[in-house]
Design a protein around this ligand. Sequence first.
Ligand SMILES: *Cc1c(COP(=O)(O)O)cnc(C)c1O
Length: 393
Amino acid sequence: MSYHVNEKGYYGEFGGAFIPEMLYPNTEELRQNYLSIMEEPSFKEEFQQLLRDYVGRPTPLYFAERMSERYKTKIYLKREDLNHTGAHKVNNTVGQILMAKKLGKNRIIAETGAGQHGVATATVCALMGIECVVYMGEVDIARQAPNVARMKMLGAEVRPALSGSRTLKDATNEAIRDWINNPVDTHYIIGSVVGPHPYPDMVARFQSVISEEIKTQLLEKEGRENPDYVVACVGGGSNAAGAYYHFLDNPEVGIIAVEAAGKGIDTGESAATSALGKVGIIHGSKTLLMQTPDGQITEPYSISAGLDYPGVGPLHAHLFRSGRGEFISITDDEAMTAGLTLCQMEGIIPAIESSHAFAILEQRKFNPTDVVVMNLSGRGDKDLQNYIDYFKL
Ligand SMILES: *Cc1c(COP(=O)(O)O)cnc(C)c1O
C-alpha cells in the first residue's frame, strides 16, 4: 500500500479537490507547477539556505536522558521548538513564499485561528517584502491579542472575519473568497496538510525536512537511520506529516499520532477526530471530520489552540483507516501534566500541542531498547498564560 498521494490527489479514499468552480484556475496552476518548481535547483538551493540561515536548521535531535530513564526506553526529542518563530510552521511558510515568488505572485493571503500560522506567514512576507493579508475570526482576534500584535509589527494586515462563529472556519471562508477574487496576483498560504490537492502533499514535502534530518542524526547517534517509533501531535497534521514522511513506507517504523481529547472523548468538548470523525468534506478535501448526524461541522474543543481543529488532513485519515498509524487521544489534564513533567525533567517548556505527544509516555509502554523519536513541535512561550492559569503559578 502507498501512503503518498496519487496523481489524482488521493491518499486511499481521502483527499481530492472539492472546490468551487471559480477556484479551479488557482489550484490548477499550483497543481501543474508545484512539483517541477520544487525540483528546480535554484528553488532547492534558496529553500535550503533559508532553512539553514534564517530558520536555524537543522534542529537538534536530543537524547532525553532523564526521560529515557523514567519511561525505560530511549527517547529522542526532535527540537522543532528551536526554529525561528518557535515551531515547525515556518518550514512550510518559507517553502510557500518561495513557491509564490516562482509563480509570479506579489500578494499573500492566509487564514489563522490561534495566530501561529498567521505569524509564520507574516514573518516570511516581511522577509521577502511581499504584501500580506491574514484573515482571522473576530473572536480569535480578541482571544489571541499577542499574535495579532506580532502580525501587525511584521507589517501584515489582519482582517477580521465577522460571519458565523467568527473563528477559524469563517476566516478560511473569507480567505477563499479573497482568492477567488484575486486569482492572478495572489497566493494563498495554507498552514497545515489540509485543503484541496495539491496543498496536503506540498505542505508535507516542505515539512519532510524534519524526518530527513532525523534519519541523518539517528545514523550518527544510534548507527541506524530508522527509529522504532515516531510520535507527533496532530491538529491538521503538518508537524506529524513532516516527522513521519521518510518513514511512511517502512513498516518497521511505528507511527504514533496523538490527538486532543479535550475534556474527554465522550464529553462533547473534544478534538479527537479519529475517534469521533466521519467521512466528509472540509476545506476542499475529503477526510475524517467531526460532524453532526446531518453533516454540520461540530465545534471542536481543546485547551491547545493548535489542536482545536474539527478534521485531520487526508494523509492522516488514510493512516488511521489503513491501520498504518496508531492513534491515541490525550485529555487537557494529561497534556498539561506531561508538559510540566518535560519542563522539570529536561528543562524544556513545550507548546501545549507538543505536550499532548509527551503524555502518551504515561500509558503506552515501549521496550527498553526501542528508539522513540518525539517531535517537539513548538515552544511554550505562547502558552505561558494557559500554564499559569492551569497550575495557579
Ligand atoms: C499549529 C501547531 C500544531 C498543530 O498543527 P499541525 O499542522 O497538526 O502540526 C502543533 N504544534 C504546534 C507548536 C503548533 O504551533
